[in-house]
Design a protein around this ligand. Structure first.
Ligand code: ADP
Ligand code: ASP
Ligand code: MG
Length: 434
């Protein structure tokens, strides 16, 4: 049974990017202050990108750059605080200073041999900063709220940068920490994106993972609904940054939402849907610019007639793998290839095989493809084509498919009754390289 009094809200980076945006969030929350509400926040604006530069510089031994970027972030943080409060509340100043000091302590030691570990210890700072500022600002605005460390609640394994949630432990912790605060009449403000191992090392759940954090809280608390507040009116038929003629979907099924987000509709993190679907918790995608409007409702019973919907995944590569001795690509080869795909954490978005070759379209992240190619090189010849886009169209029509192909060369295509996928390269990119 869902708890009819309890909701989970998630505010992303854009919705809290500066002092004016945070004031807007407080205005939205004013209307909900008498409900039981868990508020999950991302880092402000582009903070996570900035912290990625800090983490990378530290790992490469460039402490000058790491310190410079951290100082810029500290200055920006205190400027926002000043705009919000005038005089910085002492408790907030202490909390923020302590956070920056923990990163400076990291800098005192040499980097570990695990970049992903160092990354999580540094990049998690963004959500800790924003959640402290927002909690303080809500209290300052007369909205009783308590700061909760998500690392006391969301427990993961030690796959740094992509922690896998340990559900039984997480459920127990959330039940222990959250309801007492809500029953005390306060909002809970916590961080998206971050968690902790059982040994208390900070982990992150993967870029854009705050939506997923909110879904974890929703699941564990049996929330009546979850809302994510965005800079768009809801889920649209395509990304408005890339297309002009988009329209809002009033309702969407969990299945449609998971298919679209998995293939690049970045409005929702793909892992968000499963926990909500498992308990039939509706997800509302709403505009923080027009909070009175309904947005899109994602739920089980959303009908099955949809317009064509387009998702685009960038930074894709096509890896062609063929046997060196001209033997067929048989099941045992595919098993071996997938073992290596798993260990190098290649994420496969599309695949196809012919008699002696196997083709996969993967996310081109770090040096994962190089590591994979090196592992298989004794038995397989590999070629890699980079700078591709993967276009996925659900409920495709010939017109939409043709319009998506314009100006592009299709390198691999797959079709199912409801979905077409094309790995394409811009003609301009090909021309530039020739
Ligand atoms: P957050 O601030 O919560 O992190 P995001 O930037 O991750 O928000 O998500 C919102 C953005 O998602 C929108 O600004 C929009 O450009 C993009 N987007 C991509 N696909 C879609 C879609 N199908 N519908 C709506 N927005 C989309
Ligand atoms: N701040 C993190 C990121 O930018 C998580 C999130 O915003 O969802 O990836
Ligand atoms: Mg996001």
């Amino acid at each position: 049974m869902l708890n009819p009094d309890l909701n989970v809200f998630k505010f992303g980076g854009a919705s809290i990017k500066d002092a004016a945006a945070i004031r807007n969030v407080a205005n939205i929350l004013e209307d909900y202050k008498n409900r039981q509400l868990v508020v999950v926040v991302s880092a402000m604006g582009k903070t996570t990108n900035a912290l990625e530069i800090v983490a990378h510089a530290y790992f490469k031994g460039n402490l000058e750059l790491a310190n410079q970027r951290l100082t810029e972030l500290r200055n920006a943080t205190f400027t926002t605080v000043q705009e919000l409060f005038g005089d910085t509340p002492a408790e907030l100043a202490t909390a923020l200073n302590d956070l920056f000091v923990t990163v400076e302590w990291v800098f005192d030691d040499p980097p570990s041999d695990n970049y992903d570990y160092d990354y999580d210890q540094i990049v998690s700072l963004g959500e800790l900063i924003s959640s402290h500022i927002i909690t303080a600002y809500l209290s300052h605005s007369g909205i009783a709220s308590t700061w909760l460390d998500a690392r006391d609640c969301i427990i993961t394994d030690n796959t740094y940068r992509e922690g896998w949630v340990h559900w039984p432990e997480t459920l127990q912790r959330i039940i222990r920490h959250v309801p007492p605060v809500l029953e005390d009449g306060k909002l809970v403000v916590t961080q998206g994106f971050i968690g902790s191992t059982t040994e208390n090392f900070t982990t992150t759940l993967g870029r854009e993972g705050s939506d997923y954090s909110a879904a974890i809280f929703s699941f564990c608390l049996d929330a009546e609904s979850m809302s994510i507040w965005k800079d768009v009116p809801g889920v649209l038929t395509a990304d408005p940054r890339l297309f002009e003629n988009v329209s809002k979907l009033e309702r969407l099924s969990y299945k449609e939402a998971i298919e679209m987000t998995y293939y690049g509709a970045s409005v929702i993190h793909p892992k968000t849907i499963k926990p909500l679907q498992n308990k039939s918790i509706p997800l509302h995608v709403r505009s923080f610019v027009h909070p009175g409007e309904a947005g899109t409702e994602i739920s089980a019973d959303a009908g099955d007639v949809y317009p064509p919907m387009v998702a685009i995944e960038k930074e894709q590569a096509l890896v062609n793998i063929s046997t060196r001795d001209f033997s067929f690509v048989a099941e045992h080869h595919i098993r071996e290839l997938f073992d290596h795909i798993t260990t190098t954490r290649l994420q496969v978005n599309m695949m196809q095989n012919t008699a002696i070759s196997f083709n996969v379209v993967v996310n081109d992240i770090d040096d994962r493809i190089e590591r994979f190619c090196a592992l298989v090189e004794d038995d397989f010849k590999t070629t890699v084509d980079r700078d591709l886009e993967l276009i996925t169209i659900r409920h495709y029509t010939p017109e939409v498919t043709e319009s998506m192909r314009r100006g592009k060369v299709t390198l691999l295509e797959g079709r199912l009754p409801l979905t077409i996928q094309m790995a394409v390269k811009e003609v301009a990119v090909i021309a530039r390289k020739e």
